[in-house]
Design a protein around this ligand. Structure first.
Ligand code: FES
Length: 164
């Protein structure tokens, strides 16, 4: 049950100064997004209004209020990657997928998210999918990666249907 887990995560971090952010990170790490029921629970336990909680969530690009697609594609917006053309890369990804950050492609295969340094600055610009970091990324290589991820998601969902 989501609520029980959310309360557990709140209680684990509630003692910290500025507890809201560590709690939000813990919730998103556990669920992959911030489930809607989190807002009322956070408001209750941290004695803030839901509007205040929502304000913090929507301020940070990192937090998502809806589940991600099959793959989470993170594009680094850190300084080293920006210097090596990350801006063009993120624009190409948005154009190619017809989505903005924190949105999911129509076929539910890819959610696009910004990230601020993947620890791969020497090979900037970098992107990440699941645990794999890809360096020296170009628009062309990114399109190939997106195509691969999309077709893999289609294979997965077809397999799901067949195995029912
Ligand atoms: S700034 Fe992008 S990997 Fe470090």
């Amino acid at each position: 049950m989501n609520s029980e887990k959310i309360i557990e995560l709140i209680k684990q971090h509630q003692h910290l100064e500025g507890a809201l952010l560590p709690i939000l990170h813990a919730i998103q790490e556990h669920f992959g997004y911030i489930p809607p029921e989190s807002l009322a629970l956070l408001a209750q336990y941290l004695q803030q209004t839901e509007a205040e909680i929502y304000g913090v969530i929507s301020f940070y690009d990192h937090f998502r209020l809806t589940p991600s697609g099959t793959h989470l594609l993170e594009i680094c917006r850190g300084e080293a990657c920006q210097a090596m053309g990350a801006w063009q890369l993120e624009q190409a990804a948005k154009d190619y997928l017809h989505i903005d950050y924190q949105q999911t492609s129509k076929d539910n295969s890819i959610t696009l998210a910004p990230v601020y340094c993947l620890g791969n600055c020497a090979c900037a610009p970098s992107v990440k999918v699941a645990d794999k970091v890809y360096g020296r990324m170009t628009n062309e290589k990114l399109q190939q990666l997106i195509d691969k991820l999309s077709s893999y998601a289609i294979t997965l969902s077809t397999h799901d249907k067949h195995s029912r």
